[in-house]
Write a protein that binds this ligand. Structure first.
Ligand SMILES: [Zn+2]
Length: 151
């Protein structure tokens, strides 16, 4: 069994099983001394750093467009998902947008902090007049920002 770890995994002391992987941009995100220490500890236990294939990156991008997570999901997040696709691996993450896209891609996500993964139907609502909208952007009625929120 392979497991892909996102950056938040390294900010605490969490258990992990299987062959462990992460992507190069995650390593760059670990500025914190403790996170770096945890990262090194996992490297000593065989954690591998690998980049995903272009084909999987493309699949992730189209899935993120389909769920409308493309604007909030970072390139690091996309690489994590793509690597999980490449390896047929589970993905450790607490990020809702990642979980959402993973659901479409049939990548299994495991919550790090015991939060329950679920599929989210985003709702968009104007922060000015309160009208519901199809997507984020500027409200056609009052011009205020339309924001995304959980249903
Ligand atoms: Zn409005």
């Amino acid at each position: 069994m392979s497991t892909v770890l996102d950056a938040s995994f390294f900010f605490g002391e969490f258990p992990a099983e299987g062959d462990l992987f992460t992507v190069p941009p995650v390593v760059d995100e670990l500025k914190d001394i403790r996170a770096k220490g945890n990262f090194e500890k996992w490297c000593a236990r065989g954690l591998k750093i690998q980049s995903p294939s272009e084909e999987s990156r493309k699949r992730v991008n189209s899935a993120a467009r389909a769920t409308k997570d493309i604007t909030v999901i970072s390139s690091t997040d996309r690489d994590l998902l793509a690597l999980a696709l490449d390896l047929g691996a589970d993905l450790y993450t607490d990020d809702f947008a990642i979980q959402n896209v993973a659901f479409i891609l049939r990548v299994k996500t495991i919550p790090i902090l015991q939060r329950k993964a679920r599929w989210i139907q985003w709702k968009y609502r104007c922060s000015g007049c309160g009208r519901y909208a199809e997507q984020a952007g500027e409200c056609p009625v009052c011009g205020a920002a339309i924001k995304r929120k959980l249903k």
